[in-house]
Design a protein around this ligand. Structure first.
Ligand code: TRP
Length: 385
């Protein structure tokens, strides 16, 4: 059997969107169904979500179930995957506390993801020497600043070998890997060095928002959610940016940097051309396409209108989202059962993390009570036989 241990998670700060889907969720479901692993964990990172939402606990609490529903809707199967909630595994806090001694402040300050997120959230740079409240920026919470350490604990507590995440998580994996090396160098081979698993399609690494902005994000209001209705998806796609130079249908259009095509690159499958051929039948012009390259060629030449490609994209997205909507509706009917599933997942996760922590305590020489040789040796030293 494969020795692979797969682990990944999401912050419960909102419903999951199609950026999450192509960035990691789709891959997780494939990995689950391929079955080539020893264990697979997917978790809801509520404690991490609190690091920048400490005054908004209700938001985190309400979104735990949303993310759980999105997982199930996307096809994660609790029979095959342990789904759990981060805060319910206190071993993760313990491990984070030990890891804190193995990372310098300077190293954390160099983490590019944390740097970006600090700017986005308006946290002041703790290094600029000013007092916490002398401008209108908010002070940087220690827990937010150090979340890469806690994330390293999330990963290593389960001895994860494989972490499927989006490209923005690369610096987190690098830090985790450094911590593993430091730990193993000081305390002996104990922890497993995790490997990042990025989306194979570069478009999927960082899906832009519907406004063409760098990233799909709730705060920018440019998301298509997995749970959006078909009508919502149609309206959002209709409002999308295309090529601003493509004014008349007959004008040659640009495909690069055109968000509609970026989405098609991420979502469109070969069977969609047959299935949605009618999208390309119009009053003035009709086309028959068999691949995305053919659509792109025609768009570049001119004559293919934005309405047509948008209708096609909306059809493609709804084709992928419809089975998720149906599954979500089904699961929404029994919320208590989902909490039961999560509770069981938390128990299993605690058991797994507990085993690693026992090894960690032993390696770090803080396992006083189950080390008979320590007590014997000290008793002897003090003259007791
Ligand atoms: N930081 C991740 C995110 O924002 C969530 C996360 C927390 C995570 N711990 C993790 C992902 C461990 C993978 C492994 O999406």
């Amino acid at each position: 059997m494969s020795e692979k241990i797969i682990l990944t998670g999401d912050r419960p700060t909102g419903r999951l969107h199609i950026g999450h889907y192509v960035g990691s969720l789709r891959r997780r479901v494939e990995l689950q169904n391929e079955g080539d692993y020893k264990k697979m964990f997917v978790f809801i990172a509520d404690a991490q979500a609190l690091t920048d939402n400490i005054d908004n606990p209700e938001k985190v609490r309400q979104n735990v179930i949303e993310v759980a529903l999105d997982y199930l809707a996307a096809g994660l199967d609790p029979e095959k995957v342990t789904i759990f909630i981060q805060s319910q595994v206190p071993e993760l806090c313990e491990l984070s506390f030990y890891f804190m001694d193995m990372v310098t402040v300077a190293r954390l300050q160099r983490n590019p993801t944390v740097k970006n997120e600090m700017i986005q959230r308006g946290y002041k740079d703790s290094n600029d020497g000013s007092e916490d409240n002398d401008d209108n920026k908010r002070g940087l919470p220690v827990g937010f600043f150090t979340y890469p350490i806690s994330q390293a604990a999330d990963i290593t507590a389960f001895k994860a070998t494989t972490v499927p995440v989006g490209a923005d998580q690369k610096p987190m994996l690098e830090q985790a890997s450094e911590i593993v090396h430091t730990f193993n160098r000081i305390y002996g081979e104990t922890l497993v060095d995790p490997e990042i698993m990025l989306p194979s399609n570069s478009v999927c690494m960082r899906l832009p928002g519907t406004d063409g902005k760098a990233k799909m994000s709730k705060s920018l209001g440019n998301c298509i959610y997995l749970s959006d209705s078909a009508e919502e998806v149609n309206a959002k796609v209709k409002s999308m940016f295309t090529d601003p130079g493509h004014l008349q249908v007959s004008d040659p259009g640009k495909v690069e940097g055109n968000t509609v095509f970026t989405y098609l690159d991420a979502f469109c499958k070969p069977e969609h051309f047959d299935k949605f051929a009618s999208c390309f039948v119009g009053r003035k012009a009709s086309f028959e396409f068999h691949s995305l390259d053919e659509v792109k060629d025609q768009y570049r030449k001119g004559g293919l209108g934005d309405m047509m490609i948008k209708n096609f994209l909306a059809a493609v997205l709804n084709d992928i989202l419809e089975p998720m909507r149906v599954r979500r509706k089904q699961y929404e009917k029994n919320i208590p059962a989902i909490y039961e599933m999560l509770k069981k997942g938390c128990e299993d996760a605690r058991a797994a993390a507990g085993e690693t922590l026992a090894e960690v305590r032993k390696a770090m020489k803080i396992n006083y009570f189950d080390d008979a040789s320590l007590i014997e040796e000290q008793a002897r030293r003090y003259g007791q036989e």
